[in-house]
Design a protein around this ligand. Structure first.
Ligand code: UTP
Length: 291
């Protein structure tokens, strides 16, 4: 079945990047000249997604404005003869059918995903975390997962290997290699707190493709780590019964909910951006001499 729907959970409070997130959603942090959420929407669209539901909360209205038309701005650009920018600005509003729903209480990622039940209906769907950018020049990360769904027909987890000292912050997976970057996943644990609880250093990273059966499981999932309804706890049921596929995604991953991730994103994308790359390269070389 073709995957055409995606959800983007973007209701998190972003406490790791305070005070920037006091009034500004982390999903609107710019990476050079585009907000984070636009990179994510463009990735989904490039993978064949046509319908996107962004899960927000109060205070995230800026995101809705970004994907809307902007008559005053368009008029000013038209008057100034800035046709290329005008086209780009209008294009943002036409990227996909984008709708929004609010998660009224922050009860965790699983709770946020459950908000998408009626939008998704009875189809497999993609999930892209609103603060996770996977940047590459080749196949978009979510397309790598959608391709694996086409091959194996089961839920797919986007994974990255994380350093041992960091695995306690993430979901750890029990995996067995099938080929290249593809694994079978038969178990998982959210934020393992002891060495014994770690299943591997492969961790779920910002992208998944899920069957609609996840909703029925989420509806009866009890709060887990941090008192939140954890998506990992619900996916574990699928992994341990029918199994899931894991794909080690190609691309640099920027965690925009983390201070260092914000810096990495701007440096790496800036070094590839036609308007900034030369100047930034010279700047970094000069700066490096002083380090
Ligand atoms: P994170 O744990 O990275 O986001 O959630 P957070 O809650 O903003 O993080 P802190 O406050 O810095 O620790 C992963 C994804 O799940 C979404 C977040 O927006 C992010 O995309 N999320 C998380 C929700 O949509 N709702 C929630 O209740 C929790």
């Amino acid at each position: 079945m073709k995957i055409t729907k995606a959800i983007i959970p973007a209701a998190g409070l972003g406490t790791r990047v305070l005070p920037a997130t006091k009034s500004m959603p982390k999903e609107m942090f710019p990476i050079v000249d585009k907000p984070t959420i636009q990179y994510i929407v463009e990735e989904a669209v490039a993978a064949g997604i046509t319908d996107i539901l962004i899960i927000t909360n109060r205070g995230k209205g800026l995101m809705e404005d970004h994907f809307d038309r902007s008559p005053e701005l368009e008029a000013a650009l038209t008057k100034g003869g800035k046709d290329k920018m005008l086209e780009e600005v209008i294009g943002i509003a036409d990227l996909a059918n984008i709708t929004f729903i609010r998660q009224k209480e922050m009860k965790g990622l699983g709770h946020a995903v459950l908000k998408a039940k009626s939008f998704v209906g009875n189809e497999p769907f993609a999930v892209l975390f609103g603060d996770g950018v996977i940047y590459n020049e080749g196949t978009p990360a979510i397309k790598q997962l959608i391709d694996a769904y086409g091959e194996f027909g089961e839920g797919v987890l986007g994974v990255k290997k994380v350093p041992e000292e960091d695995i306690h912050k993430y979901g750890s997976l029990k995996v067995e290699k099938l080929h290249d970057r593809i694994f079978k996943c038969t178990d998982m644990v959210e934020k393992p707190q002891t060495k014994e609880a770690v299943l591997s250093l492969y961790s779920i990273t910002d992208r998944v493709v899920l069957p609609p059966s996840i909703f029925e499981i989420l509806e009866r999932t009890e709060p887990g780590v941090g008192g939140e309804i954890q998506l990992t706890d619900a996916m574990k049921e699928i992994a341990t019964t029918v199994g899931m596929t894991a794909v080690e995604m190609e691309g640099s991953r920027f965690d925009m909910g983390n201070k260092f991730g914000v810096l990495q994103a701007n440096i790496e994308v800036g070094l590839n951006h036609p308007e900034t790359k030369e100047q930034l390269k010279d700047y970094i070389k000069e700066l490096a001499k002083t380090l």
